[in-house]
Design a binder for this molecule. Structure first.
Ligand code: BTN
Length: 257
């Protein structure tokens, strides 16, 4: 796998997509997987069009690879990437990481890392981009921007600056391990069991809403379904499993509208 490092980029996800698109425009879409890492991002992208604050000292990276098979098979990818990231953080620093469905990594109830998976389609070809952002060697209190969850950082949790290159290698190792299992067979038992074990807010009152705020389900978080959907039980019984949406604790939900 080719690795490209930049001191600064607008966004590693954007750059991965641009580089690949260029190869398509030049005649043949690249088939090579790529890892892009930036020291800082000036236009880091978060979920639902939000900005992602990316100062120096964090780990900002995107793993991109050409698609084998249909895009719909990758719906649960953010969970799988989250799991690989959680396992890496656990191996590297002994952190107990929870996964907030579908794509946040929480430690002690605070957000340490976020995942943004995207696809770039050119005719019959497609590129999958798995972007990972981990708050690193700065206090989380210095982070600006639109934060929907209280943040934390490796500096806050570990108590000293960490080796970001070592972390990058550990994340890549765990990601490739998870993808080896997921790509041919989907959410296999080993992945599902660990996701369920790490699910944040289990048994707590939650709201699942569209990015615009429309409430899709409100009730108690009961778990993750076979295909990675979120399972919520309301006063009148379980809601149909939800494949997309944003989860909030009921007490912290933004007002609908
Ligand atoms: C979120 O929690 O909203 C997702 C955040 C994802 C941030 C990472 S940083 C590396 C990659 N490049 C981006 O522009 N975004 C992702």
């Amino acid at each position: 796998m080719r690795r490209i490092y930049h001191e600064a980029l607008d966004s590693t996800n954007l750059e991965a997509r641009r580089l690949w698109r260029r190869t398509c425009e030049e005649g043949e879409c690249s088939r090579d997987p790529l890892l892009l890492v930036a020291g800082r991002q000036s236009a880091g992208q978060g979920r639902s069009g939000r900005a992602w604050s990316s100062p120096p000292g964090g780990l900002w990276m995107s793993l991109a690879w050409p698609l084998h098979g249909g895009l719909e098979r990758y719906r649960a990818l953010p969970l799988v990437v989250g799991l690989g990231t959680a396992r890496a953080l656990e191996e590297a620093f002994g952190l107990a990481c929870r996964i907030k469905w579908p794509n946040d990594i929480l430690v002690e109830g605070r957000k340490l890392a976020g995942i943004l998976c995207q696809a770039e389609v050119q005719g019959e070809s497609a590129l999958i981009v798995a972007g990972i952002g981990i708050n690193g060697n700065y206090p989380a209190a210095t982070l600006g921007g639109e934060l929907r969850l209280p943040p934390t950082s490796l500096l806050d949790l570990v108590g000293a600056p960490v080796d970001l290159r070592m972390l990058e290698d550990t994340v890549v190792k765990h990601l490739l391990e998870q993808l080896d299992a997921f790509e041919p067979a989907g959410l296999v038992e080993g992945i599902l069991a660990d996701l369920r074990h790490r699910l944040a807010w289990l048994g707590e009152p939650v709201i699942c809403s569209e990015p615009g705020g429309r409430v899709l389900a409100q009730g108690i978080l009961r778990g993750i379904g076979e295909d990675g959907e979120v399972l919520i039980e309301g006063p009148a019984g379980p809601f149909p499993p939800l494949a997309v949406g944003e989860l909030h604790l009921s007490s912290a939900a933004p007002s609908a509208g």
